[in-house]
Design a protein around this ligand. Structure first.
Ligand code: SAM
Ligand code: FES
Length: 359
């Protein structure tokens, strides 16, 4: 059996780890190893991005969803959810408000809501880009056809977030009803990359039935997909879901995985997520110290924030919100980092673009 030191040395050299080596790394998590990896991972993030933490303004514009994912508080089967949709005007106003606050990336996230046709989405994207050409628009609206994704891209959308949720088909089937498949989700991700989006994948840590083997497969899938962004955060139960009684993912495991991901994919944009800030008041700072370099404050109108209720006790009215940029700036500067409000593209993406222009 390979020594854990040999495995970490391979990780630091950004060499490919085997599935068994990843499982060994996961099984041998100790406080010391976790701190050691965090130190190396945050140094790697600083090597590529300096002491910068990128901010994205998150607009949760609809909590209607046609899907019934077993873990999700806004699943269509949850009759207790109080549903809302923002109008096109409200979305554009939110984006402009974000622009005034200094945001140069706007993330439009929502359930899979057929009310927002491709035509409406492309209108919204075009309007935001017309008002603010220097803003990057990120979409996170689920599984669509190649043609829909292409239409969004042609309208000016820059990035797309679609967590693969779990790479293991069997595990996927335990978290989702049978009309949803890991295969389609993964195909969507390959389509997004093919079209030219900066693409984000990811998964929940500590989701029901998840094993170390599943996580190893998630990491191998991410390595193969090679996305520009990766979103991981703890699973947190929601009272009106199938998994109401399951336990939440653990802070230390999320932090350990953030470090491993940073070391495996050194240039990736890696958020310290709201879910991480929900399970621990210092979760997002700890995430940055473990190698994350993005935060996504909430820009949605205050009145709807509580309704975008993915899991219990989601933080949504305090210092994580966009109005409190000063609180966020202070918190980040207290750990030796600085918030930056430029577009914050993936460095590899910028380099590729420059090469294509020159070539
Ligand atoms: N509909 C879009 C999609 O499918 O990608 C975006 C919205 S969806 C709610 C965004 C992410 O929230 C999911 O990819 C999932 O990983 C996460 N999520 C949902 N329920 C959660 C829970 N109970 N705990 C933690 N994260 C959760
Ligand atoms: Fe659709 Fe969660 S089930 S957003």
């Amino acid at each position: 059996m390979t020594d854990i030191r040999d495995i970490t040395e391979k990780l630091f050299a950004a060499e490919n780890l085997t599935r068994d080596e990843i499982i060994c790394l996961l099984e041998n998590q100790t406080t010391e190893l976790q701190s050691y990896l965090a130190e190396k991972a945050s140094a790697t993030a600083r090597k590529y991005y300096g002491n910068k933490v990128f901010v994205r303004g998150l607009i949760e514009f609809t909590n209607y969803c046609r899907n019934n994912c077993y873990y999700c508080g806004i699943r269509c089967g949850n009759k207790n959810a109080s549903r809302y949709r923002l109008t096109k005007e409200e979305i554009i106003e939110c984006a402009s408000h974000g622009y005034e606050l200094g945001f140069r990336t706007i993330v439009l996230q929502g359930g899979e809501d057929a009310y927002f046709t491709d035509k409406m989405m492309t209108d919204i994207i075009r309007s935001i880009k017309k008002d603010h050409p220097d803003v990057a628009v990120t979409l996170s609206i689920g599984e669509k056809s190649y043609e829909s994704y292409k239409a969004f891209f042609d309208a000016g959308a820059d990035r797309y977030l679609l967590r693969h949720e779990t790479a293991d088909f069997g595990h996927y089937a335990k978290l989702h009803p049978s009309n949803l498949s890991a295969e389609n989700r993964q195909n969507c991700l390959y389509n997004l990359k093919k079209i030219g989006f900066q693409t984000g994948a990811g998964f929940m840590v500590g989701s029901p039935y998840q094993t170390n083997e599943n996580i190893a497969d998630d990491l191998l899938f991410l390595k193969k997909l090679d996305p520009e962004m990766i979103g991981i955060g703890p699973f947190i139960p929601h009272k009106d879901t199938v998994f109401a009684e399951e336990k939440a993912g653990e802070l230390d495991q999320v932090l350990y995985l953030l470090s491993i991901i940073r070391l495996m994919l050194p240039t990736v944009l890696l958020p310290a997520t709201t879910a991480l800030g929900t399970i621990d008041p210092r979760g997002r700072e700890l995430g940055i110290l473990a190698g994350a370099n993005v935060v996504m404050p909430n820009l949605s109108p205050v009145g709807v924030r509580k309704k975008y209720d993915l899991y219990d006790n989601k933080i949504c009215t305090g210092e994580e919100a966009a109005e409190c940029m000063n609180c966020l700036k202070n918190r980040i500067s207290n750990i030796g980092y600085g918030i930056v409000t430029d577009r914050g593209d993936n460095i590899r993406f910028i380099n590729n673009k420059n090469t294509t222009k020159e070539g």
